[in-house]
Design a binder for this molecule. Structure first.
Ligand code: FES
Length: 158
């Protein structure tokens, strides 16, 4: 979901962050990390101001954002749902779990619900294969999943 215009709150946050890195070309990654953390994404509308402050071209800033998976230019949901698509989860029904999550949220992977409550991602392995199939919501792990459990977990965050 693209969003070009910045909200008042977003502008205020950017005005606090960007000047701290004025003229510091090396500061691009830490600056982007701060913006990602504070705003939940890096708005397209902020790229020019970031580039100007660091004396870079907007295309350089955009290139770094696209290169690193940790950065996103799309606003993300308040809750990030990560479903494991690794082998251990796959053989224990991970694909069904992903299908149920998609049905419940009514979005595809990589997308955000219209109300910005949820973003759905898939991950190669969540590092808790013994709990397969596994998903995470924000920082919490949910393992040994079955479809009804998935529904009730999502409802908790709705
Ligand atoms: S394969 Fe799913 S947690 Fe490792």
């Amino acid at each position: 979901m693209e969003k070009e215009k910045l909200s008042f709150e977003e502008k205020e946050k950017l005005q606090k962050i960007i000047p701290q890195y004025q003229g510091l070309k090396w500061g691009l990654i830490p600056l982007l990390q701060r913006v990602q953390e504070d705003l939940g994404y890096i708005p397209r509308g902020a790229i020019r101001s970031i580039a100007d402050a660091l004396d870079l071209f907007p295309s350089q800033v955009q290139g770094v954002i696209t290169f690193y998976a940790q950065f996103s230019m799309d606003p993300r949901g308040r809750n990030i749902v990560r479903v494991c698509r690794g082998t251990a989860c796959h053989v224990r029904g991970g694909r069904t779990i992903l299908k149920v999550v998609k049905q419940n949220l009514q979005i595809e992977e990589g997308k955000t619900t219209e109300d910005f409550k949820f973003t759905l991602e898939t991950v190669a392995c969540l590092g808790t294969c013994f709990l397969a199939p596994v998903m995470m919501v924000n920082r919490s792990y949910f393992g040994k999943l079955v479809p009804p459990k998935v529904q009730s977990i999502i409802r908790q965050y709705d």
